[in-house]
Design a binder for this molecule. Structure first.
Ligand code: ATP
Ligand code: MG
Length: 291
């Protein structure tokens, strides 16, 4: 199953989230059943990341968006663990600080985009400025509705500069969200995750759905695709996302960079250094071979 094809949001086409089953599992029956495949994709991601870093020519930006408790943190924890922390980072976008709010809405996002060789995961992103901001009418409609084009242009510019972009919307049902809120209440180890905001935002579910539908279809493109990931089952969410990231990176043409030195010359230097080292250590130089 090619999840990139299955879950891709067609640019410009009207998206109906209600038509996508959040409990979909593509025929997999359980977490145990999916685990070997997830591990395979996670290993491919890690291999590609090592090449991306060594090559230093391109970068990857992963955008995670979702309603509360849909599992953005779980994606980070499960799928990016295999990666070298040198060259990989995660940034969570909260309510803008006074300084951020005093700039254009893309300012803070641009500061966090990956440099060449790096992977950056946006846990929430510049899309909040057409989502929460729209739902709570934090700016006028004329302002947020002009942002889709600004976002498309911003992402186009990043792509032109060597950044690959993949964007995921984690799609859960309201019932599943409530179940997860309950788990947070019942499990002392998860109590810290509860916020009042989660409950108040839930009241705006349909407004968020509308905002997501428009944002995703207006900003999905071949170069900066959106994928709607059925996320009621955490293991299926991990399976689909890991496959999509591994496949995307597999297409980036990543390879080890050519050696920057003359290997013969360096080998001779190495032998000279080795001989000098042995001499310093007081070892007799190796006798010439008797052949
Ligand atoms: P969790 O899912 O674990 O609760 P979170 O991403 O929701 O994590 P929080 O600190 O709970 O993290 O929430 C961050 C809040 O900041 C969200 O409610 C989000 O909508 C809000 N936020 C992010 N960007 C903006 C923005 N540009 N304008 C207004 N609010 C924003
Ligand atoms: Mg939250």
């Amino acid at each position: 199953m090619d999840y990139r094809k299955q879950f891709f949001v067609s640019p410009g086409e009207k998206l109906k989230l209600a038509a996508i089953d959040p409990a979909h599992t593509a025929g997999h029956s359980s977490s145990e059943d999916a685990l070997p495949e997830i591990q395979k994709h996670v290993a491919r991601m890690a291999e590609s990341q090592a090449l991306l870093y060594a090559d230093g020519q391109q970068s990857l930006l992963v955008v995670l968006q979702a309603l509360d408790a849909a599992g953005k943190d779980g994606v980070v924890r499960h799928l990016f663990t295999g990666m070298n922390p040198q060259g990989t980072s995660v940034f969570g976008f909260k309510q803008p600080s006074a300084e951020e709010a005093a700039h254009d809405f893309l300012w803070r996002a641009h500061q966090r985009t990956p440099a060449k060789g790096e992977i950056v995961v946006f846990n929430r992103s510049h899309y909040e400025d057409v989502l929460v901001v729209r739902v709570h009418q934090l700016v006028a409609k004329s302002v947020w509705s002009g942002r889709y084009e600004l976002i498309r242009d911003f992402e186009k510019m990043l792509v032109a500069n060597g950044t690959r972009i993949v964007k995921f919307f984690l799609h859960i049902s309201p019932e599943e969200q409530l179940l997860r809120f309950k788990q947070r209440l019942d499990d002392p180890a998860r109590n810290w995750k509860i916020s009042e905001g989660d409950y108040s935002e839930r009241e705006f579910w349909s407004a968020y759905v509308e905002a997501y539908e428009e944002a995703l279809s207006k900003t999905s493109s071949k170069d900066a695709p959106w994928y709607v990931i059925p996320a009621n089952h955490k293991w299926f969410r991990n399976l689909a996302i890991s496959q999509i990231i591994a496949d995307t990176m597999g297409e980036m043409g990543l390879k080890l960079p050519p050696t920057r030195v003359d290997l013969k010359e360096i080998t001779a230097k190495y032998h000279a250094a080795e001989a000098a080292q042995e001499k310093r250590a007081g070892k007799a130089p190796k006798p010439p071979s008797k052949k």
